[in-house]
Structure formats: C-alpha cells, structure tokens
Write a protein that binds this ligand. Structure first.
Ligand SMILES: Cc1cc2nc3c(=O)[nH]c(=O)nc-3n(C[C@H](O)[C@H](O)[C@H](O)COP(=O)(O)OP(=O)(O)OC[C@H]3O[C@@H](n4cnc5c(N)ncnc54)[C@H](O)[C@@H]3O)c2cc1C
Length: 468
C-alpha cells in the first residue's frame, strides 16, 4: 500500500487554526460530513441504530455530491434475482473478477459490500426507489450484476428519496456548511469539529464522526501529484462542462491524514469515455470504433481496459455506435439536441459524418454483427452481446476520456472504522464511500462504487451510533 504525505506540515497547521476551537456550542451523537449516498446512508442508519442527535453537514449549496450525478448502476448480489434470470454468479466469482481487474483488493471489505448489497438495495427500495426488475450488465461490470432506478434518473432519485427519509426522521442537515477541521477532545473523549459557513466558524462536539466527503477528482493539483496524466485539461465526468458544483476536493482524506489515519492507493484514479457519444447505460449493444473505422477493444471489458486501449488511438478518441433497437439512457435527448449524438438512416451516411470510408465502416459493422450472432468474437474475445447493430436509425457520437472517480483514500475495515498505519481503529472515527481507499485496487466492477457508498455508508452509521 502506498502512503504519501498529502500536504506539508506548515500548510496543515494553517488549515487547522487553534481559534477554530475556542467555543463549543452543540453536542451531537453522530456528525456526518457529506450528503452523497454514503452520507445519507450513514445518517439514516445511525438514527435507526438509536443515535438521537445526528447532524449532516454538506459543504456545497446542494445535496447529493457525485451520487446525484451518477447513472445509479448499483451492483447487487442477489441469488433470488440471479435465479429468475437463470444466472449463476456466486460471490467467489465476484471476488475473482474484482481481483482480476483491481490487481489487489481489501477482501474483507469487498466481501462485506457484496454480501450486504441485497439487504442495502431492499432498504433503499423501502425508502421509495422503484428499481428495474432485472439485473443488467453495466459498463465495466463484466456480467449482469446491476440494478438501477426504473425512472432512469439514477443516483438523483436515490438521494431525493433518502433526503425525504432524513427529514421524516428529524435528522438535521445543513447545506453550505463545511467540516473544516477535526480534533480529538481527549478530556471529553469526543471529536471537536470546526464547521465553517459563510466565513464564520462554529465548533461542535461529536461522539462519533463519519467522513463521507467523496473523492478528489475535482482537485487538479492533488490528482496530478499522484498521476500527471490527469491534468486540468482533462475534465471530470461529474462536471463535464465545468458548470456544476463539485466538492470532490479530498477534504475527508486530508482531515483523516492529519489525525494519523492510513491513506492508501492515492495513485489509483479511474478515467472513462464520457464526452457524450455513449447513449446506453448498459453493455452489449454498442460497438466502439477508432477514428479510422476499426474496432480496437472488447466493448464489454473493464473500464480500465477500455480507457487504456483508447489512449493508443488517434486523438485518444473513438466513435460509439448503437441502433434503433437498444434502450437509450435518459440523457439521449439532450445529447442529440446538443449535437453530441447524431442519427443516421444508413451506414454510408454515418460514415460520411465520421469522415471514414463507407466501405470500411460497413465491413467493420458486418464483421461485428456476425460475431454478435455467433456470440463469439475471435478479434477481441467479447462474450457479452445483447443484439446486432443493424437497424436504422443508427445513433452515433464521439467519446473522449474524462476523470471518473478516485479509488485511493482513507483505509477502513469492514465495519467502516478508520484505521491508522498499524491497522488500529481511531476511536469514534468512521469513513465510507469514495473518500475511502485501498478497497478495489486500480479498478472496480461497474456499479460497485455505488454499492460501496450505500453498504459501507450504512455500516459506518451503525458503527458510529454504537461507537464500535
Ligand atoms: C457522472 C458519474 C456517473 C457515475 N455513475 C456510477 C454508476 O452508475 N455506478 C457506480 O457504481 N458509480 C458511479 N459513479 C461513481 C459514484 O457515483 C461515486 O463513487 C459515489 O456516488 C460516491 O458517493 P459518496 O457518497 O462517497 O460521495 P459523493 O456523492 O461525492 O458525496 C460527497 C459529498 O461530500 C461533500 N463534501 C466534500 N467535502 C466536504 C466537507 N469538508 N464538509 C462537508 N461536506 C463535504 C461534497 O460536496 C459531496 O456533496 C459515477 C460518478 C459520476 C461522476
């Protein structure tokens, strides 16, 4: 595991002014920082576990973080749902696939996420999210393992439903309020938290704190410190046009590191094609071709495999093509009106738009469709096909690489307790979601980031309520 300093000691001291802690106002049982999927799950679970005073603080002016921008593919291990679809996909297979694409995993934590994903999904359903009835294969999912909201609204719907539950449970949540500093008050055995709002700092005491502040994709200098390919020129999937609020600055990681937590795998940053050409939220119904009109990758492989193959293509770009038969994602209309996705009545017309010779594209598609019918792909070993791509209108658009999510951060155990470098839990400090690291290695199965936030957020809330 890689442990490197995030910021110099002097800078840390400046961020941590003593004056932050001169006055203490409120006392809460559980303080949750961050209002994404992990934060909402933690707050609700803490209350269900008996914590009376639960407070959620959100740095941004809106709730939800990246969770609300997510397509909401949620990996769910459910033998019952697998049975209904004649699938046989045991936990050991999930672990093996996770290890294959991640290079290494924190097995107790990944196992806990998989094992508890069905209970967590049913919990979310009980809050009013109406899920699609069958498992589908998400991008990078390798097998049909995901569910998503039937509305197509993805993570936004999860957050809205959970936020309503938060209100029903009288859990206090405050927007534009940043957890700015954290320190152990040894005499009272509580955490002293500096909360910053409109330039003013208020201090509260908390028996337990859950860090659910998300990753650090928006922090250009931090991500470049660990991997200089991720420069400011590369946009993020959370903020593709640079116009929305994005609090993914790695705050929780910095705070935890100042408290002596183990910070791991910060170099593991995931990128994926997100310029707008893809219209589907599932795998199996799209072909990817490079700017010369050739296939170059198994479209159903891991996100890292696809992204790495793209880096070797002209302009690090590709065309994505589907047809009239596939089920389009909820953003397809806006992608068409903004010109990112085009419709063509013939392959020749599409080829003209791509500046590729028509005969070349026709032969690439014909070969792909032959493989799709045989369900065998000797060129790139694709095994998962849901259809051929041959029915006009064709939907096509360009894709480029964007920074997607970070897989490095605070090391936790399977109870979501924050660990120090000697693997000892820091009493009363918990973390969940994208602020944590070392769980999946360099890549995770499609849908597992949301399962991680939901399951480990729920576990963090429970652990925090009883100060496990
Ligand atoms: C466009 C997009 C699509 C995605 N689609 C999928 C998908 O389909 N399936 C999947 O598994 N994963 C997906 N992901 C990844 C997944 O959405 C995230 O990993 C997950 O939502 C992280 O949840 P979280 O609760 O940990 O963090 P977030 O949802 O990012 O929430 C963190 C919150 O903490 C707040 N915060 C930060 N610092 C502070 C502070 N100091 N004090 C208080 N609050 C603070 C932030 O403002 C933010 O609101 C997607 C990501 C993106 C960007």
């Amino acid at each position: 595991m890689q442990r490197r300093p995030l910021i110099a000691a002097a800078a840390a001291a400046a961020l941590f002014p003593k004056s932050s802690f001169t006055q203490t106002h409120d006392v809460v049982d559980v303080l949750v920082a961050g209002s994404g999927l992990a934060g909402h799950a933690a707050a609700i679970a803490a209350r269900e576990e008996g914590a009376e005073r639960v407070l959620v603080v959100e740095k941004g002016p809106v709730i939800g973080g990246h969770s609300a921008y997510s397509s909401g593919s949620l990996a769910v291990f459910s033998p019952a749902l697998q049975n209904e679809q004649n699938l046989s996909d045991p936990i050991e297979e999930w672990l093996k696939d996770s290890l294959d694409i991640g290079g290494k995993i924190n097995e107790p934590v990944v196992r806990a996420i998989i094992e508890e994903s069905e209970a967590a999904f049913r919990w979310l359903s009980s809050m009013g999210v109406d899920f699609s009835p069958s498992l589908f294969q998400a991008m990078g999912g390798l097998k049909p393992r995901c569910l998503a909201a039937r509305s197509g609204l993805g993570g936004k719907q999860y957050i809205e439903k959970m936020h309503a539950v938060l209100a029903d449970l009288d859990i206090d949540s405050r927007l534009s309020t940043e957890l700015a500093a954290l320190e152990l008050n040894r005499s009272q055995d509580m955490w002293q938290a500096a909360l910053k709002r409109s330039g003013k700092t208020k201090t509260i005491l908390a028996k337990s704190v859950v860090l659910a502040t998300g990753g650090f994709t928006a922090n250009t200098s931090l991500r470049m410190f660990y991997d200089n390919r991720f420069s400011a020129a590369m946009r993020t999937t959370a903020n593709p046009d640079g116009i929305v609020w994005d609090g993914a600055m790695g705050d929780g990681i910095r705070l935890a590191q100042q408290l002596g937590a183990s910070i791991v795998d910060m170099h593991n940053i995931l990128y994926l094609p997100y310029w707008g050409g893809r219209t589907l939220e599932y795998s199996g119904a799209e072909i990817y071709v490079n700017l010369e009109g050739d296939r170059f990758v198994n479209e159903s492989s891991s996100i890292t495999a696809i992204a790495q193959a793209m880096t070797h293509q002209s302009e690090q770009s590709m065309w994505v093509i589907t047809d009239a038969k596939s089920t389009k994602g909820v953003n397809t209309g806006s992608k068409i009106s903004s010109g990112r996705v085009h419709l063509s009545e013939s392959i020749a017309e599409m080829a003209r738009g791509m500046n590729i010779p028509a005969a070349k594209l026709e032969s690439t598609l014909a070969r792909y469709n032959y493989f799709a019918r045989q369900k065998e792909d000797p060129d790139f070993c694709k095994e998962f096909f849901t259809q051929t791509i041959d029915t006009p209108p064709f939907y096509w658009g360009k894709e480029k690489l964007y920074v997607h999510c970070t897989l490095g951060g605070i090391e936790i155990d399977q109870h979501a307790r924050v660990l120090d470098p000697a693997e000892h839990p820091l009493p009363g400090l918990y973390a969940a979601g994208e602020t944590t690291g070392g769980i999946f290695g360099q890549d995770r199965l499609g849908g597992m980031s949301m399962s991680n936030a939901l399951v480990m957020g729920r576990k963090a809330g429970r652990s925090a309520a009883i100060r496990l």
